[in-house]
Design a protein. Structure first.
Lengths: 115, 109
């Protein structure tokens, strides 16, 4: 079974530039999550999709972050404009259903450095 | 939402059993306890999940006392490859996971 795919793996940009990350979840997984992990901390949820609808985006900085999941499969996360404090690893995860007891499968992440 | 407390770091040697205890005093009746493992430059990986008493799989065991206010992840005979960050999570009724800072386990030869 193929895992969660993410690209790019690394990205370096200057502040005020824009950047986009892509995620392809495990086939058949209805729920997709984007997490932000700052160095030395645990992952923090940014947004959760159930199919192509948003379930929870309460911690997404909506003035600069946006995400979409067209057709309920792939997803993109965009930052525009980026700030220095956005430097982090952005993790995508997926699960079959959307209950907390369901196993989430994480991708390798995209490491973003904002200069 | 139940908050968890776990040691920041632990050290062990190859072949030893490692026990990482997590405190979750405010756990709710319908909360499950889940542990994830994260290696450098990788996303977290599910290890084990339980509700009460003891759960064992091919990787680890999870011990949960009757009051469920704490839990212990037990890794038998660790190897260098078990060096990672281990996260204890308590969630139910929420769809996403709430991670703390985890426990950094360093296994020495």
């Amino acid at each position: 079974e193929a895992g969660v795919a993410q690209s790019p793996r690394y990205k370096i940009i200057e502040k005020r530039q824009s950047v986009a990350f892509w995620c392809n979840p495990i086939s058949g997984h209805a729920t997709l999550y984007w997490y932000q992990q700052i160095l030395g901390q645990g992952p923090k949820l940014l947004i959760q999709f159930q199919n192509n609808g948003v379930v929870d985006d309460s911690q997404l900085p909506k003035d600069r972050f946006s995400a979409e999941r067209l057709k309920g499969v792939d997803s993109t996360l965009k930052i525009q404009p980026a700030k220095l404090e956005d430097s982090a690893v952005y993790l995508c995860a997926s699960s079959l259903v959307s209950v907390s007891t369901d196993t989430q499968y994480f991708g390798p992440g995209t490491r973003l450095t904002v200069l | 939402l139940a908050k968890t407390t776990q040691p920041i770091s632990m050290d062990s040697y190859e072949g030893q059993e490692v026990n990482i205890t997590c405190s979750h005093n405010n756990i709710a009746t319908n909360d499950y306890i889940t542990w994830y493992q994260q290696f450098p430059s990788q996303g977290p990986r599910f290890i084990i999940q339980g509700y009460k008493t003891k759960v064992t799989n091919e990787v680890a065991s999870l011990f949960i006392p009757a009051d469920r206010k704490s839990s212990t992840l037990s890794l038998p005979r660790v190897s260098l490859s078990d060096t990672a960050v281990y996260y204890c999570l308590v969630d139910a009724g929420r769809r996403a996971l709430t991670f703390g800072s985890g426990t950094r386990l360093q296994v020495q030869p």
